[in-house]
Design a protein around this ligand. Structure first.
Ligand SMILES: [Zn+2]
Length: 367
């Protein structure tokens, strides 16, 4: 590696370590990253001078000696994340610690017109107005429920937004910041601490079923950016018709939309009525968990990694892990427990957070 490149890499590794460990010390960095003390000192002093790292009082290091603690300056840079769905827009402001500082969910119908993009850009301006952070915003990450072709600057296909070969240029022109587009499931996976997971599958249980997976902490996109489309794996041949045209796809059984009906118009309403004596609701939920368990055990067989349960339904599943776990175990006699099943970290705004994190990652890479 070239000397200059190596220098950058060391600096960015140190910054990553400080972010991931909240508070740390120079001694700890030297030990954990296997760097000489002079290297740590010159890098950390530079980072403190530039305001990227801040010292914050005393810190009990492993040796028992009190050392000066330090952490990342969360307000040094920001990124904005947007989650676009058919009926909502979520805006999230994410800081250098990957924390959501502000979040807003707006009911707003998607439209392919350029005026929609202008409206979204205006809402983002309003969202950050008065915060005095404009010059510290790295970019706007936009999560889209569909397949994105970055080379052609297009949404190739989105069932949720009813788009095919939709040019992203309206969005690119509407913002005065750099923009980046990401598939919603990929973005939701990015919202997780991939440093912790390394290898994992993300199952996004929204109105359509999305999926993503990462290997060595990096998203695997696939040959045509379609990796992780678990929703269109066939669960029951000849079964319910899926929006993709096939019969028996997992989407037709495990998407959040399966649970809503005329009586329970929102997922929240449905989830609230579980266990309240409505037999139809309880049976429907039991069948849903059974079908989800089949999908989960198939994915576990293929990947043998942690499986993160995300999306709208994923946000509720933490209270139903016993019931789900029992069913998963009955389809899988290779594992002795279900510790590989994880609940998502961000319940509602995951895709917006993940899309924003792209800009922070890129910034830190070249810090
Ligand atoms: Zn399908």
């Amino acid at each position: 590696m070239e000397r200059a490149a190596k220098k950058y890499k060391t600096r960015s590794n140190i910054v990553n370590y400080i972010i991931n460990n909240k508070t740390t010390s120079k001694v700890e960095i030297s030990k954990e990253l296997n760097l000489s003390m002079p290297t740590v000192l010159s890098n950390v002093n530079g980072l403190i001078e530039e305001g990227i790292v801040v010292e914050n009082g005393e810190y009990e290091s492993t040796g028992g000696r009190k050392a000066k603690g330090m952490s990342i300056n969360p307000v040094y840079r920001y990124a904005v994340g947007l989650m676009i769905t058919a009926n909502h827009l979520v805006i999230a402001l994410v800081n250098m610690r990957y924390e959501v500082e502000k979040e807003e969910r707006i009911r707003m119908k998607f439209s392919p017109e350029s005026s929609y993009c202008m409206n979204v850009a205006e809402l983002v301006e309003k969202f950050i107005n008065g915060m005095d952070i404009k010059d510290r915003i790295l970019g706007v990450g936009i999560s889209i429920p569909g397949i994105i072709n970055r080379e052609r600057h297009m949404i190739e296909k989105s069932h949720a937004l009813q788009l095919e070969n939709y040019s992203l240029s309206f969005f690119e022109q509407a913002f005065s910041y750099p923009v980046y587009f990401e598939n919603d499931a990929n973005a939701a996976m990015n919202a997780e601490n991939l440093n912790k997971y390394k290898n994992a599958v993300y199952l996004s249980l929204n109105n359509t079923l999305g999926g993503a997976f990462c290997i060595n902490g990096k998203l695997f996109q696939g040959q045509a950016q379609k990796a992780g489309e678990f929703g269109h794996m066939i669960l029951f041949p000849g079964g319910r018709r899926c929006y993709c045209g096939k019969e028996g796809c997992a989407d037709a059984y495990c998407a959040a939309s399966v649970l809503v009906d005329d009586k329970h118009e929102t997922l929240e309403q449905f989830m609230k009525s579980i266990g309240t004596g409505d037999k139809l609701v309880d049976d429907k939920w039991d069948k849903y968990l059974t079908d989800l368990a089949i999908l989960i055990s198939n994915i576990r067989m293929a990947y043998d990694t942690d499986i993160i349960l995300g999306g709208e339904v994923g946000g509720y599943l933490s209270e139903h892990m016993m019931a789900l776990g029992e069913k998963v175990m009955s389809y899988n006699n290779f594992d002795t427990d279900i510790r590989y099943l994880k609940n998502c970290a961000n319940k509602r705004e995951a895709s917006a957070v993940g899309a924003a994190k792209y800009f922070l990652y890129e910034f830190i890479k070249n810090i």
